[in-house]
Design a protein around this ligand. Sequence first.
Ligand SMILES: Nc1ncnc2c1ncn2[C@@H]1O[C@H](COP(=O)(O)OP(=O)(O)OP(=O)(O)O)[C@@H](O)[C@H]1O
Ligand SMILES: [Mg+2]
Length: 370
Amino acid sequence: MSGTSLDGLDIALCRLTGTGTETAIELLNFATTPYTEDFKNDVREVFAKREVNQEKLCLLNAYIGSYHAELVLEALSNWNVSPADVDFIASHGQTVYHAPQRLHQQHKYPNATLQIGDGDHLAVKTGILTISDFRQKHIAAGGEGAPLALYGDVMMGNKKDENRILLNIGGIANLTYLPGSGNTSEILCTDIGPGNTLIDAACKRYFNIDFDRDSAIAFKGRVNEQLLSQLPDHPFFREQPPKTTGPELFNLQYLDDAIKRAGVNISNEDIISTLSAFTAESITNFIKAYIPDRNRLLLSGGGAKNRFITKALAEAFPDISINDTSYLGIDPDAKEAILFALLGNEAIAGEPMKIGHNPAVLMGKLSFAL
Ligand SMILES: Nc1ncnc2c1ncn2[C@@H]1O[C@H](COP(=O)(O)OP(=O)(O)OP(=O)(O)O)[C@@H](O)[C@H]1O
Ligand SMILES: [Mg+2]
């Protein structure tokens, strides 16, 4: 898994038994291989941009596939695992553009999304059967291509008589609500708004760092209420879930527009505090509005380490238990990668899963090693 934060490639070595809700998952090894600054800058040339150098995009599609293969081989070698012992790789690829209709607004065109890093390069270079490009099928079957967490969350997180919210704070924040009633028509899986993406972008612009480690800057600054009240002023927040979004919307232009409307001139620290509060507030407001019956909140993603955000969540929901997904025996950093391993397993051995109104489909494309 390589997320929108461009922090690195998450590699989870999983042993899976069974399929669907009967799947047993064992995480044998996990590593996030951080991307080099060079690689990140390369990807940023095409990432979430409406106009790009098409040659660059084409080159990156092959290059990322081959680079991800190298990182997989390196991880396997570190773990003393032979590629011949791996049944398949499930590769998400790198999202370069996510364009649901709600964003592109061109009714002639469907929901669309683009992940690059072609699976054939992974398969040939590693010698391992590769399943990739999961999101197109979800769109073809009527979805927005995201969040795909739904399927794995239902497999891993369902618990009778407990109303659970699985909240992943990656670049974008998304959640899956799993009602204890077991009534699948009540399950909700949706993006909420920004997770780390705005905070990271502002850290890069104002401090030349990748992210606000342990919320050190956010805690130093003060939340600016005028700016905080302008940030959610976008139709995305008024649209009904399920819905999806990305850094195509939540970017520095989005921040600059809000600063302009607020008419404020505030310190760089205050901007980071206010963006952190914006992420926390959009999550808490969403949960209060759409999920009245809740017993337990289970966090994953890099944002689960953002103490400014987790403190705000604890203050907003004093009456519910908040844990990270280790509570389920799932490493919160590895969760998104495990989700794709599960989808890969479904593609190979499973049946389409019917969950409420969501597309019941098997996702992914096969790349053969030979
Ligand atoms: N110690 C920390 N303190 C604060 N923030 C952190 C910390 N560790 C990680 N993060 C945040 O988490 C981000 C990485 O999160 P993650 O890998 O879950 O996102 P992602 O790769 O974009 O995945 P997704 O596809 O779910 O958006 C970093 O960019 C950073 O903002
Ligand atoms: Mg990541």
